[in-house]
Design a protein around this ligand. Structure first.
Ligand code: 13P
Ligand code: SF4
Length: 300
């Protein structure tokens, strides 16, 4: 494995490439990455970095956002079949139909969505800025797609009427109140930190809800020494690295996003060697999707 890592590091320098990775990526991918972050920080990084090539270790919509924001760069995804099932649950046609039903509503699309959906919405959001984005809009009604759970979370923190869609993350949506009950019994007094993609009742019963980066920051800056973690288990790698003296327990067993785990070091190397799996987006759609992402990034 070390040989492969050495080759990756050498080629990265020669080609002025940068490796961006999400916190759910396998440990060895996070180790080799130049920057690891949540969806929001990764899109900022993709927009700002001065590399010629971005190797995006994550799922398709994330590499897509990088290409939308950095059209002049070569963006590659090591595993072409790493998708996000939630992103496939809403289409641009769904948004058009919802707009007809609710003509005064603004459409907010979670970045876990296709390029076409981003092109059709008014503004994007991630799990770390969704509340801020919704509250920044002048409209009293908001159509929120695709995640019903993140939508419900946002609705708790706004006076606006939120019109939900039916999408969900299969990895987070299977978490049950029973998991919270069992964790409270097994770890009395320990705070439970969850991702807002978990079902609304689970999020309401937890002690903190936030994006992957917000969960990591919360646990790292707390003076408590134990936490129950309610999101994909890849976050354990940065959590344990940053907090070697703290203990982390998973809220549920097999809390794994299979798509996020498809990335292999050999694929990263192959991208650098052969330029495989380059992301390409039709320029007209890209421009429209870019406006929705840039609008989001402008809201601090
Ligand atoms: P973050 O924005 O928290 O990184 O989450 C992305 C994601 O896909 C969660 O399932
Ligand atoms: Fe998509 Fe869920 Fe995997 Fe995140 S954890 S990438 S929302 S399937």
């Amino acid at each position: 494995m070390q040989k492969m890592i050495d080759k990756i590091n050498k080629l990265k320098k020669e080609k002025n490439a940068v490796i961006l990775a999400h916190f759910y990526q396998p440990d060895e991918i996070q180790k080799v990455a130049d920057f690891v972050g949540d969806s929001l920080d990764l899109s900022r990084k993709a927009a700002d970095c001065d590399a010629d090539i971005i190797i995006f270790c994550g799922v398709h919509f994330m590499a897509g956002s990088a290409k939308i924001l950095s059209p002049g760069k070569t963006v590659m995804i090591p595993e072409i079949n790493a998708g996000c099932p939630m992103a496939d649950m809403v289409t641009a046609e769904d948004i058009k139909a919802l707009r007809k039903e609710h003509p005064n509503a603004a459409v907010v699309a979670y970045v876990n969505s296709s390029v076409e959906v981003k092109a059709e919405c008014d503004i994007c959001c991630t799990s770390s800025n969704a509340i801020k984005i919704v509250n920044s809009l002048p409209n009293d009604e908001i159509i929120f797609v695709p995640d019903k759970n993140l939508g419900s979370f946002v609705a708790r923190f706004t006076d606006k009427k939120v019109i939900f869609f039916s999408g969900y993350c299969p990895v987070h949506n299977r978490i049950k109140m029973d998991d919270i009950k069992k964790a409270r019994e097994a770890h009395p007094g320990v705070e439970i930190l969850v991702h807002p993609e978990c079902p609304a009742e689970v999020v309401a019963a937890a002690d903190f809800a936030g994006s992957t980066a917000q969960i990591i920051d919360y646990a790292s800056s707390s003076d408590k020494s134990e936490f129950v973690i309610g999101t994909e288990h890849g976050v354990l790698y940065p959590l344990e690295k940053k907090n070697p003296d703290k203990k982390f327990y998973m809220l549920a067993e097999n809390f794994t996003c299979r798509d996020m785990k498809k990335t292999e070091l050999s694929d990263v190397l192959e991208c650098l060697e052969t330029g495989k799996n380059e992301i390409e987006i039709d320029e007209e759609i890209r421009k429209k999707a870019e406006s929705s992402l840039v609008r989001m990034l402008e809201i601090k």
